[in-house]
Ligand binder design. Structure first.
Ligand code: NAD
Ligand code: MG
Length: 396
């Protein structure tokens, strides 16, 4: 096994930290070549001290200069850059073998696309990339010979439950449907009348997974599952009607594939993202991830039921955006990023997220997803409109 050089986009986040834990466990196999974060200088400096990357990146020049000075003082030769250009350059760097795409939201699109265009092994956690630009991204993967490995636990489970040559077509592989499991989040049983006034703290307290704040709110609204339906549509080239959401509160079955002969293949495990991260890093091999073995006796039972689309409007909106096609999913994603930020700032009630998303999706016509500029244009327009609606307190 030769040493793999990694660029970690979003190294200070929940997925980034778990990725570095796998690196720490396998020092002869992976090297953190570039560590990239937004503004957590202290945390990135600590990571630099431990992993001694060749490069580090922060949002702006002032933060980068601060980190550069600290690295020098500590005797590290890490070179610190800043901004999107640095992220793009390090995702496509000739010495990089694999890129962990773990930035949250639209900010990850350009560097992740650059990794695909450079033919890298792309380990994708940043689902918003596929929601915004699924067609463009998958074309880049195909045309540049990149290897796409899904890190999102459901998509990783589906990937593990499909034959290796699934790219020849799901129907040709005998797939009847994809069963995308969802925990249902912290508000699965909250009376609808109480949902209006739930707090950001309640929304971020996920019953089974510990994650960044944006995805935690998305899980509470089930927008996360909607984004994942769109993500599955692109990774597996699956028609939307083939993708069924199954609420499974224990989060032990991470997703499944149903075949025409009656077989259902699933991947099970404890809810720990280091399993799909390690799988994506080592594929086609398997390596230890520090995850406790699943104890079926203590799990004891597994429950499954239909999602409540009236309670979780956002899930339906994702299917609507997929049906509309073109830039509609990018519009929905942008509206949702603004809505979640406004909810976390207490400028929008929880149910306002779905109302705002629906209003923006309905107000803006979807165009073709021809180029990156088309996607970024739709994204900017939807952010502007959503921001205006928040400022006017339209859904407060
Ligand atoms: P997080 O908020 O914990 O971390 C986000 C990371 O991205 C941080 O390192 C931050 O510094 C960086 N970042 C944010 N904005 C940036 C910008 N403009 N430029 C550069 N870096 C930026 O988020 P997370 O929970 O780790 O999630 C990351 C992605 O993975 C999301 O797309 C999420 O949907 C997906 N995902 C997460 C989990 C999970 O368990 N946390 C599971 C499945 C998928
Ligand atoms: Mg997921």
């Amino acid at each position: 096994m030769t040493m793999q050089n990694l660029t970690v986009l979003g190294s200070t986040g929940s997925i980034g930290v778990s990725t570095l834990d796998i690196v720490r466990r396998h020092p002869g196999r992976y090297r953190a070549f570039a560590l990239c974060a937004h503004s957590q200088v202290d945390k990135l400096f600590e990571q630099c001290l431990e992993f001694r990357p060749r490069f580090a990146v922060l949002r702006d020049a002032a933060l980068a200069a601060d980190l550069q000075a600290r690295c020098r003082a500590a005797g590290l030769d890490t070179e610190v850059g800043h901004g999107v250009e640095a992220l793009v350059a390090l995702s496509a760097h000739p010495e990089v073998d694999a890129v962990m795409a773990a930035i949250v939201g639209a900010a990850g699109l350009e560097p992740t696309l650059a990794a695909a265009r450079a033919g890298k092994r792309v380990m994708l956690a940043n689902k918003e990339v596929l929601v915004m630009a699924g067609e463009l991204f998958m074309r880049a993967v195909r045309e540049h010979g990149a290897t796409l490995l899904p890190v999102d636990s459901e998509h990783n489970a589906i990937f593990q439950s499909l034959p290796p040559d699934f790219a020849r077509g799901l129907a040709a592989c005998g797939v009847r449907s994809i069963l995308l499991t969802a925990s249902g989040g912290p508000f699965r049983n909250t009376p609808l009348a109480d949902l209006e006034n739930v707090s950001p703290e309640q929304a971020c307290a996920h019953p089974n997974w510990s994650m960044g704040r944006k995805i935690s709110v998305d899980s509470a609204s089930m927008m996360n599952k909607g984004l994942e339906v769109i993500e599955a549509r692109w990774i597996f080239d699956a028609p939307p009607e083939m993708i069924r959401v199954v609420v499974h509160p224990q989060s032990v079955v991470h997703s499944a594939v149903q075949y025409v002969d009656g077989s259902v293949l699933a991947q099970l495990g404890n809810p720990d993202m280091r399993t799909p991260i390690a799988y994506a890093m080592a594929w086609p091999e398997r390596i230890a991830a520090g995850v406790e073995p699943l104890d079926l006796f203590s799990v004891a039972r597994l429950d499954f039921h239909e999602p409540d689309l009236a309670r979780f409007r956002c899930l339906q909106l994702a299917y609507d955006a997929l049906a509309a096609g073109g830039t509609a999913p990018a519009i929905l994603n942008a509206a949702n990023e603004i809505a979640v930020a406004a909810f976390l700032d207490r400028r929008l009630p929880f149910l306002g997220i779905a109302r705002l998303n629906e209003a923006v999706l309905n107000a803006l016509p979807a165009g073709p997803e021809g180029s990156l500029d088309d996607v970024l244009g739709a994204d900017a327009e939807a952010r502007r409109l959503a921001g205006q609606m928040v400022a006017e307190r339209r859904f407060a």
